[in-house]
Design a protein around this ligand. Structure first.
Ligand SMILES: NC(=O)C1=CN([C@@H]2O[C@H](COP(=O)(O)OP(=O)(O)OC[C@H]3O[C@@H](n4cnc5c(N)ncnc54)[C@H](OP(=O)(O)O)[C@@H]3O)[C@@H](O)[C@H]2O)C=CC1
Ligand SMILES: O=C(O)[C@@H]1CCC=N1
Length: 268
């Protein structure tokens, strides 16, 4: 297969996680990264990674096979409008923006442009993103081949419908932040018992890494929870308190709030 050249529009946290993951796995994917204002950020990324950078993505557009939009949802209107008059019909456009599905991309890119919506998470940086995605109407086999190469470099993936990516953005895209918040809360709690912050971090981080490894091996959180919960014992008391305070309902509400905001951002 011939080398792939990807242009990133947006040089923020998600862009970096994705191209960092790709560069660790793939030697025949070439990356150009652009943003609009922050030249210092581009300079620092160029020092760290084997990439090209530019503040003028339009000048590079004609050279690339894939455009990956990693800018905020609110920037898409401006970027796609500008892109539409210059893009060649076989160039593949992928967005990772919350709320911006293939049907939105196709409304802007009027020349039967192949498009995809990828919802990754920041674990792309370590090749462990769980990414969900949906394709537009004009995606052909060659684009699927490119897409699979890019997405498999950053972790696991699952193809869904556009609506399902809307509905599950919270679960794969945002829920890592929910988990990190849970971890921060455990650290704060540990710290109140007289250990240092460094010790609290070690205790909680290693516990989470061990739990994730168990989940990876056994794939059954209910069974794993049950193994920890000795009948009538200490863990059961903690879990009861979580249940009394509607822990599961609260998580469901956080998922809904996240998806509503994502949709709202995409509709602007
Ligand atoms: N962070 C995450 O975990 C995830 C994020 N996403 C999506 O990724 C996208 C980026 O998010 P994130 O990386 O967190 O955000 P950041 O704020 O870290 O990065 C946004 C980047 O976009 C650039 N940008 C802003 N406006 C424009 C414009 N008009 N043209 C070109 N570049 C522009 C910014 O640079 P400058 O201002 O200098 O132009 C910056 O480099 C969002 O759409 C988000 O929904 C999806 C899944 C997970
Ligand atoms: O917070 C956000 O809007 C993005 C989308 C999914 C994760 N981060």
């Amino acid at each position: 297969m011939k080398d792939i050249h990807i242009l990133f529009i947006g040089a923020g946290r998600m862009a970096e996680a994705i191209f960092s993951g790709i560069l660790q796995k793939e030697k025949d994917i070439h990356i150009t990264v652009s943003n609009e204002k922050d030249v210092q950020r581009l300079k620092s990324l160029k020092e760290q990674y084997e990439i090209n950078t530019t503040t003028d993505w339009l000048s590079v557009l004609h050279e690339v096979d894939v455009v990956l939009l990693a800018c905020p949802p609110s920037a898409h209107d401006e970027v796609l409008t500008k892109m539409n008059t210059h893009i060649r019909s076989n160039q593949f456009v992928i967005t990772v923006a919350a709320g911006i599905g293939p049907s939105t991309l196709e409304r802007y890119l009027t020349d039967k442009t192949p498009v995809a919506w990828l919802m990754p998470n920041t674990a792309a940086d370590v090749g462990k993103s769980m990414s969900i995605y949906a394709f537009g109407k004009h995606v052909k086999n060659e684009h699927v081949v490119h897409f699979n190469k890019i997405v498999s470099a950053i972790g696991a993936s699952e193809q869904l419908s556009e609506q399902q990516v809307h509905d599950l953005t919270a679960i794969t895209g945002s829920a890592p932040a929910f988990l990190y918040h849970f971890i921060e809360s455990l650290e704060d709690s540990a710290h109140t018992y007289g250990i240092t912050k460094k010790q609290a971090r070690k205790l909680v981080t290693e516990m989470i890494i061990g739990s994730a490894a168990m989940l990876d091996k056994h794939r059954d959180p209910m069974k794993l929870r049950d193994q920890v919960t000795s009948p009538g014992g200490a863990t059961a008391a903690g879990l009861s308190l979580l249940a009394e305070n509607q822990f599961a309902t609260l998580i469901n509400k956080a998922v809904q709030a996240t998806n509503e905001r994502a949709k709202q951002q995409g509709n602007k």
